[in-house]
Design a protein around this ligand. Structure first.
Ligand code: SF4
Ligand code: SF4
Length: 371
């Protein structure tokens, strides 16, 4: 786990409290989609196929804060659509940080350099950059040439400015294992703070359905790609138990209420990935009025059969590590056994204040937009 110590402590305290209180169903990461509009049309995306009037909708900062407070999840992941298109993204992020919520700002990074002056490095802010592999693979998956280079340039600027930066990668059918192992090495060589990976979910609305892996294909792919990850110095921002699950070494069912989704319509039922049964007005209503037995691998629901995504199964792996003292110590020992990433001697110039480094990014950030 590569979040800051403050953020890790926030999450740890929350999990211990849930355990001590005997809470059976609790949220871990609140997924927030304050808009659906995006500046890309990726082949595997199930989020942007809405009519124009829906794509124009935005959640207000107050709607976001009300939802975050009612839900109570210790982490908020802002996705979309492309959150940097939201005109009030700065107020939303600032408001969440003020509430001491670790925030993942998930972005395809096309607008990051132009907008980075709106944010300040914080132990509670993580830029989560959509990067689906090496240059040729990423540009193919996002259906646009040049996006990889833009993302890498933005990552380097964000690192120069002292931000916590991670990548978020989705694995699709036919991806080359060796290429991804090199991709993980490249990411760590850039001094990234962490990496997130997940097989894609076969969204009904995604234009290219043949892209998605079946459950056994996912396990085989990750078993090969991750065979020695604990010794490679790859900083995956996942519970090691979830990594085991991806490799087929642990069997879990999902926790669909663990990473609940609030978007412009309300709380999506039943989970971040699937919309079946409409929207609830509150997280409480979502919990109480959803028939959870209809979802997950054991349910036999065909829409769940091949799902192994981190938003569905990471909450289960985290709950597992807190399920008993022995599991907890197993998780601690596992974390301790993971080889730390190599200290990267970054070629970025980190000298100077935030404002000075920002000013040095000549031609990328207009002077008048400085924080
Ligand atoms: S960048 Fe994200 S939200 Fe935009 S089209 Fe691609 S996957 Fe969808
Ligand atoms: S398996 Fe769980 S997380 Fe995945 S689609 Fe089904 S309900 Fe959602």
């Amino acid at each position: 786990m590569a979040m800051s110590m403050q953020a890790q402590l926030t999450v740890f305290k929350y999990l211990v409290t849930q355990k001590l209180k005997g809470v059976e169903k609790y949220p871990l990461v609140m997924m927030l989609e304050p808009l659906f509009a995006c500046n890309l049309e990726c082949a595997g995306c199930g989020k942007i196929q809405y009519p124009t009037d829906i794509l124009r909708k935005r959640m207000t900062p107050q709607e976001v804060f009300d939802a975050v407070e009612e839900c109570g999840a210790p982490i908020v992941s802002i996705a979309g659509g492309e959150p940097l298109i939201h005109p009030e993204i700065q107020q939303i992020v600032d408001g969440l940080i003020a509430r001491k919520k670790p925030v993942y700002l998930c972005t395809n990074a096309i607008l990051l350099e132009k907008n980075i002056h709106k944010f300040k490095p914080s132990p509670y802010l993580i830029f989560s950059i959509h990067l689906d592999g090496v240059e040729k693979t990423h540009d193919r998956m996002v259906c646009q040439q040049g996006v990889y280079k833009t993302a890498i340039s933005a990552i380097k600027l964000a690192k120069k400015l002292g931000f916590c930066v991670m990548t978020n990668s989705t694995i699709f059918q036919g991806e080359d294992v060796q290429e991804f192992r090199e991709f993980f090495d490249q990411n760590m060589a850039m001094g990234l703070d962490g990496m997130m990976i997940s097989p894609g979910y076969a969204y009904e609305k995604a234009p290219e359905q043949q892209l998605f892996l079946k459950q056994e294909q996912s396990k085989a792919w990750f078993k090969e790609a991750l065979k020695d990850w604990r010794t490679k110095g790859w900083a995956f921002n996942h519970s090691p138990f979830y990594m085991d699950f991806l490799e087929g070494k642990r069997t879990y069912d999902c926790t669909p209420w663990g990473n609940p989704l609030r978007n412009v319509f309300g709380w999506q039922r039943p989970c971040y990935l699937m919309n079946e049964g409409g929207y609830a007005k509150t997280y409480g209503e979502l919990l109480e009025t959803t028939d959870w037995s209809k979802y997950g691998h054991k349910s036999g629901n065909p829409k769940c059969l091949n799902c192994m995504t981190h938003c569905g199964f990471e909450p289960t792996s985290v709950a597992d590590s807190f399920s008993s003292i022995s599991s907890f110590f197993e998780m601690v020992a596992d974390f301790a056994s993971i080889k730390a990433p190599k200290k990267v001697s970054l070629s970025y110039d980190r000298t100077g204040t935030y404002e000075e480094v920002l000013a040095k990014a000549e031609g990328k950030v207009p002077a008048e937009t400085k924080h």
